[in-house]
Design a protein around this ligand. Structure first.
Ligand code: FUL
Length: 404
């Protein structure tokens, strides 16, 4: 789960200009345990907070600038939202992660590349060394013009090296990885097909643009030499930050379930933003949707067919294979979950699923890539037998798992 929170929460904006007074930041009822409990109720395992967004306001008392929570009325100036979030995550059994915007519309050093890169490195080091183990560090590539009109050139190799040094266990997200890549849009939909490998001549550094970049992020590449699975970031509301006018525009439970199929169900990770309000709490509507979303997913995840099914796996050619499954008795099936053993890579390029009772095989669905997980729904059909046909692959197929 993603948490966009900061001065924009109080100004009703999406991008602050950096001139906001820290005096406006005062989430009087802030309760990070409520964020973490809600995340757990929604089934999330990691929570990522915007420690600093493009406006430059730091939610922790950074020693690098005065534009921080220490100059706000929050907790009398001795508050630290990053600390509260991290502690709440650990208390609820979740893993914390942080977002640190490279674009900084407040800091006068921005645009003086060497000076700002030193300051950014110091901010990052504070975050990576003060709060214990982080699961993920999230970088966006936003690179606006500085206040002095000069363009800031980021030093990504240095930034990534700092994360590796202080948090070797953290996953680094950006448009271009190095560990997890952006899925190419902010609607939360991974591509179809979606390969976890990418063409590293196109997917290069955060914020890179050019021909084919969105396509490369959406689909990956079967011949890609680097493993950078996709993460789908999107918001439960139209905006990333909380806006009272969007209280009636929270994604519905059905929409969230669809979103899950378009992201997790297409071999990607889902990073769903749920923005805290000015009170410092997640809104009741959003929390209710998360809880209902999880109970819907739980019904999907329960195996719908009786136990006792038997299956056989047969490699039928250099790039083809078949999995046949016989159920203990005829059952109505409506959805399938397929998984490749990704410790051996990602291999399947095209497949179809057939169902049958006593008569001929009937098509249930077709698809392209599978990867870590592929979830598909289809019109209900009563079947006794199922056949997953791997029609094309980039190598000899390894056994695929099928749950219906
Ligand atoms: C983008 C930012 O410009 C948006 O405000 C938001 O933080 C999104 C997740 O990343 O690059």
């Amino acid at each position: 789960m993603f948490l966009h929170f900061g001065v924009n929460t109080f100004t009703d904006r999406e991008w602050g200009d950096g001139r906001e007074s820290p005096a406006i930041f005062n989430p009087v009822n802030l309760d990070a345990r409520q964020w973490a409990r809600s995340a757990r109720a929604g089934g999330f395992r990691t929570v990522i907070l915007t420690a600093k967004h493009h406006d430059g306001f730091c939610l922790w008392p950074s020693g690098t600038t005065d534009h921080t929570v220490a100059k706000s009325p929050f907790r009398g100036g001795s508050g630290d939202v990053v600390r509260e979030m991290v502690d709440a995550c650990r208390a609820e059994g979740l893993r914390p992660g942080l977002y640190l915007s490279p674009w900084d519309r407040n800091n006068p050093a921005y645009g003086n590349s060497a000076l700002y890169n030193d300051l950014y490195s110091d901010q990052l080091t504070e975050l990576l060394t003060r709060y214990g183990p982080l699961a993920e560090v999230w970088f966006d590539g936003a690179n606006g013009e500085g206040p002095n009109g000069k363009k800031q050139v980021y030093d990504w190799p240095r930034t990534f090296a700092i994360v590796r040094r202080h948090q070797p266990g953290a996953v680094i997200f950006s448009d271009a990885g190095p560990d997890v890549r952006w899925c190419g849009n902010e609607n939360g939909a991974a591509g179809d097909p979606n390969w976890s490998t990418v063409d590293s001549s196109i997917v290069t550094y955060p914020g890179a643009s050019g021909d084919g970049i969105i396509d490369a992020l959406q689909h990956g590449h079967p011949a890609g030499t680097v493993w950078k699975p996709a993460e789908c970031d999107t918001s439960i509301r139209p905006g990333w930050f909380y806006h009272p006018a969007e209280n009636t525009k929270v994604r519905t439970v059905d929409d969230l379930v669809d979103l899950y199929h378009l992201s997790v169900g297409r071999n990607a990770k889902l990073l769903l933003n749920v923005p805290p309000t000015r009170d410092g709490l997640l809104h009741d509507t959003d929390v209710a949707r998360l809880t209902a979303f999880r109970s819907q997913l739980n019904t999907l995840k329960e195996p719908n067919v009786s136990t006792g099914s038997e299956s056989t796996w047969k490699v039928t050619g250099a790039r083809t294979a078949e999995l046949e499954m016989t159920l203990a008795r005829p059952e109505t099936v409506t959805a399938a979950r397929m998984e490749e053993d990704i410790t051996k890579g990602q291999i399947v390029a095209r497949y179809s699923l057939l169902g049958g009772d006593s008569g001929a095989w009937q098509p249930l669905l077709t698809g392209t890539t599978i990867g870590f997980a592929r979830l598909q729904r289809f019109a209900p059909m009563k079947v006794r037998r199922l056949k997953l046909v791997i029609e094309d692959a980039i190598d000899v197929p390894e056994r695929v798992s099928l749950t219906v």
